[in-house]
Design a protein around this ligand. Sequence first.
Ligand SMILES: Cc1ncc(COP(=O)(O)O)c(C=O)c1O
Length: 438
Amino acid sequence: MAAVRAPRPGQPAGGIEVFLTLRHKSPAITREIRRSKLFFERWLPYSAFACTNAFGGKTMKVDFYRHSISPDQAKHVAAVLETPFLTTGPVSRQVEQQLRDFFDVPHAMLTNSWTNGAIALLLAADIGPGDEVIVPAMTFVATANVVEMVGATTVFVDVDPDTLLMRPEDAARAVTDNTRAVFPVHLYGQMVDTEALREALRPRDDILIFEDCAHCFEGRLHGRLSGAHSDAALFSFYATKNVACGEGGAIILHDGELASKVQRTRLHGMSAGAVDRFKTGSYAHWDVDALGTKANLPDLLAAFLPDQISGVYDRLEKRRAIAQGYAEAFAGSNLVRCVKDIPGALHAHHLFPIAVPANKRDFTLNALAQHGIGATVNYRGVPVLRYYREKYGHTPGDFPVSDSWGASTLSLPLYPGMEDAAWRHVADTLLKDILPRF
Ligand SMILES: Cc1ncc(COP(=O)(O)O)c(C=O)c1O
């Protein structure tokens, strides 16, 4: 019924065509077949199969992201099912120890997302109405949303045009009497210089530095991992992150007092979690002296993390090779701009964003989609999103670097299991099929 044939004269070259025999002795079946043909014709250009596409090039479906947790990891979940606690319990404790060792910090707590961890942290630091928190304009909206969620005021600063990272001097300029914290964001995998940020904020040593490490688990700056110079560093183990368990996160920190407050704000403000209540053999009552959220990670998900953490540098090798391949491929193009690498730093290569002329960004996204290549936008500047525009009266151009990057950026597929042929195909498609159509 279905067959494959070479393109007919006048049809775009470079692919193959699927067609259907259109007649059957039953008219009803013939009608059905014809409907199917229409469906196939409309659907195939976007499908995973090799086919002639709207641009006439060869298609190879390339997903934006594929996780690297193999099905045999299910054994770790099965082991949790053997224990009495599905929620936060011994596996989480073990991972928290692994994090303390990895980052060489005295305190680490797992959370069920970066977002809930950040809310728990802000509550623990007693940041709320009347307080200001400095956030880069170019970040995922979560960084600002958590500030709003606790009733504090988000103060945006623009970012560096080469690295898209918050600059310490810009953060220092935004400080007022009400400033309580700064969220440097290690965007795309490169780290903000938190040591320089600490210096720039002097003499305001009371201002807390909370690193947003959602994009950077394993990166280093001046030889140091996240958490070295900040009051807390927050991670995301969301599905696409370099260390992932579907949904999850962690907070690492140095100060014992802040850590024990987060311990409570991570669980409604309760003085004892489920495991602790039964620890001594007799029931321990709990109390609440300050409100908290529900941010603890269940062992069912924590079970994926030991292998994810121990394998992070092996996967980084693969990420780096792909990122270098893209960077070299685009080096000669005056239509594609890449983020500059910080010399001497260890880049976590979480994403590979590029910028194209702003009036061609959406065209590029759609053209990639038509070629079966997943791409996304990381990110439009937060101040231009409606909630922030309306609340703070920001208009496009207030944060020129963030606004123009946000209008022209898109991220290309990048994941450790990506074949060389796949990233080469993405680069070739852009350079040979899409950019010439600008
Ligand atoms: C920079 C940044 N911060 C925070 C978050 C929020 O992380 P989560 O989804 O774990 O809450 C993300 C998630 O993508 C992010 O990219």
